[in-house]
Design a protein around this ligand. Sequence first.
Ligand SMILES: O=C(O)C(=O)Cc1ccccc1
Length: 283
Amino acid sequence: MRFSIAHLGPTGTHTETATLAYTQWLKETQGQDSLLCPYPSIAQTLQAVAKQEADFAVVPVENSTEGSVTITLDTLWELETLQIQKALVLPITHSLLSRGTKLEEIKTVYSHPQALAQCQKALQKFLPQVQLIPTSSTVEALRDLNQDPENKTVGAIASSRASQLYNLPILIPSLNDYPDNCTRFWVVGLDAATNGKYISLGFTTPANQPGALVRPLSVFAQREINLTRIESRPTKRSLGEYLFFIDIEGNATQTDVHAALEDLPQYTEVLKIFGNYDVLTVD
Ligand SMILES: O=C(O)C(=O)Cc1ccccc1
């Protein structure tokens, strides 16, 4: 049976590129076939898994230039049942696509907010006067370019793969501010992943008082368990109240990691373990 895998669409997004890398890995390592299912938003791809419309979703989580994709963290926290199966790390190159041939002609540039943010210095340098318009994905940004082929004043930031798929010229091939720009994606499903080297979890603390955060963190520090990431998000209940997402290195079958996870609930209010998974790095 084929796996159905939800991702941010339409076809040609960076998330679809990550999904294709995952489906290739599934085919090579498990002989597993997959079907890609594009959705209009990141939240909807995650909801598709929660509603069992799709077996998995691939979602961007964090970028090396711009940081967290907050909608992914917030939706994962809200939907009770989702589990991380794997992380994928991909290099991301952004190009400026346009039918215009001169930078001076460009008046408007469309793209996903993550892409606009990852290119902000370059946009300031090469296109300081343009109007920047956020879209739901880098491929949605191509809509204007396609609707009016005569219009040479619009540009979009998207991948070189999107340029090929939609037959749109590249005006600037590598627009990202940092050459090593990369994004971490999560593959999310309903089964708990248990046999990887990383654990992601989220928690709220019982009270806003001195030591409220240090206590849950020291559960890991005392046992020399490495924390690879920490991120806070507002609980949305009241200003100044946060939830914390952390990633640690280890497997829950290791005695020290097991003991740390046993200790943790004493120092947290709500605790969610999102999975114990591996990372696939894609070139
Ligand atoms: O819009 C896309 O192509 C996406 O997949 C979202 C995104 C945007 C920029 C970097 C990584 C993912």
